[in-house]
Design a protein around this ligand. Structure first.
Ligand code: NI
Length: 395
């Protein structure tokens, strides 16, 4: 099955997690599996942060230095279409983002580092719930994660389909975007569809507004400052062919890498919604909600992680030239609190080109050893005996 027979227990663990996917803040079984594994290694284990969160700690030597490594536990509400033996046993839930693999790699690292005296300091292993939608990282932080477990830096890793297995990608600065949401309610005056002069049609105003919103990015932002505004919902509540509805609702998402861009987009949404509504004689109400912030790697830690990745994967297998993703990631909340870096590990060219969140996606077991090796090398690099941390090699 694998070219790495010593990793087979980790494959079995990954398959077990894959077969039992759990959604945000309900990762009870996954949490039990992780805590049990860490306890079996003799680690200090703390449970209950954000409900199903698990924190394992290894303290070595006399150094006060400490770093955190983070994995995510949750799955997605998706019907798995794979037919292999470890396919989801829970209809409508699926590990389609590889968090099963992330958890297995971090447990593998804990196993390799438990009882290992090659470093001096503390390693905090964070297994967080609810990455996909509800910000489990934010909740763990609000409940005192970094007060209880003070660290100088925090590190994350996500598998990346399309990036060849055996490779890493490291970004200095933005790696993932923010994910804001907006809703606009257009209130008009319903009436008979044959007598539009007696109504104020919110649907026509909404159609004009959807068109106008396409100019927010193209006409109000610096072309070199990336952003996306996508309208993804448009409802009127109208069912009949002969009734002009009294209300229309438009919703969508905004992605960007900078708070100033989020501010500009929100202001443009407000301006266009109220202006277009006024032009059509209807009322507009905007609700703009900030979601996950942009994921921003700090420069020194990105340089460090690129060096560690080169050491374990080979110099030619670390990409530092890839564009960031407009997707979002709640590790962003941890990077708002601490310096750190979130890297991509290549998941390979999946069969059928399956990307993340696809019902035929699967984490690539062949990359488990590389992910474990990266975590172990990172710990030894930062907390190791040699004073070689944070060397100024440029990305
Ligand atoms: Ni994910």
């Amino acid at each position: 099955m694998s070219k790495h027979p010593q990793i087979n227990p980790l494959i079995a663990l990954r398959h077990d997690l894959h077969a039992h996917p759990e959604l945000a803040f309900s990762e009870h079984r996954s949490s039990d599996v992780v805590a049990g594994f860490l306890q079996s290694l003799g680690l200090e284990v703390h449970r209950g942060l954000a409900g199903t969160g698990v924190v394992g700690v290894i303290r070595n030597g006399d150094s006060a230095r400490a770093i955190a490594l983070r994995a995510d536990l949750d799955a997605l509400p998706l019907h798995e279409q794979n037919l292999f033996p470890h396919r989801s046993k829970h209809e409508g839930r699926m590990h389609a983002c590889g968090h099963d693999g992330h958890t297995a790699m971090l447990l593998g690292a804990a196993q390799a580092l438990a009882g290992n005296s090659d470093f001096n300091g503390t390693v905090v292993f964070i297994f967080q719930p609810a990455e996909e939608t509800d910000g489990g990282a934010r909740v763990m932080i609000e409940q005192g994660l970094f007060e209880r477990f003070p660290v100088e830096a925090v590190f994350g890793m996500h598998n990346w389909p399309g990036l060849p297995a055996g490779q890493f990608a490291v970004h200095s600065g933005p790696v993932m975007a923010c994910a804001d949401q907006f809703d606009i309610v257009l209130s008009g005056h319903g009436g008979h569809a044959a007598m539009p002069q007696q109504a104020r049609d919110p649907l026509v105003a909404g159609a004009a507004l959807v068109q106008a919103l396409q100019t927010v990015v193209s006409r109000t932002l610096d072309p070199l400052d990336p952003a996306v505004l996508s309208v993804t919902r448009f409802f009127s509540g109208g069912e009949a062919y002969n009734i002009i509805p009294s209300e229309a609702r438009i919703g969508g998402t905004v992605r960007a890498f900078r708070a100033e861009v989020q501010d500009k987009v929100e202001a443009a949404l407000e301006r266009l919604a109220s202006g277009i509504a006024a032009a059509h004689g209807v009322q507009a109400q905007l609700d703009y909600r900030r979601g996950y912030p942009p994921t921003l790697n700090s420069a020194a830690e990105a340089t460090l992680c690129a060096e560690v990745a080169r050491a374990v994967a080979g110099a030619g297998n670390v990409r530092c030239d890839l564009s960031p993703s407009m997707g979002a990631e709640d590790f962003a909340y941890m990077l708002r609190e601490k310096p750190g870096c979130y890297v991509w590990i290549g998941n390979g060219m999946a069969e059928g080109g399956c990307m993340l969140h696809n019902p035929r996606y699967d984490f690539n077991d062949e990359i488990l050893p590389l992910g474990v090796a990266y975590w172990v090398a990172l710990v030894k690099r930062v907390l190791g005996a040699q004073e070689a941390q944070y060397q100024p090699l440029s990305l």
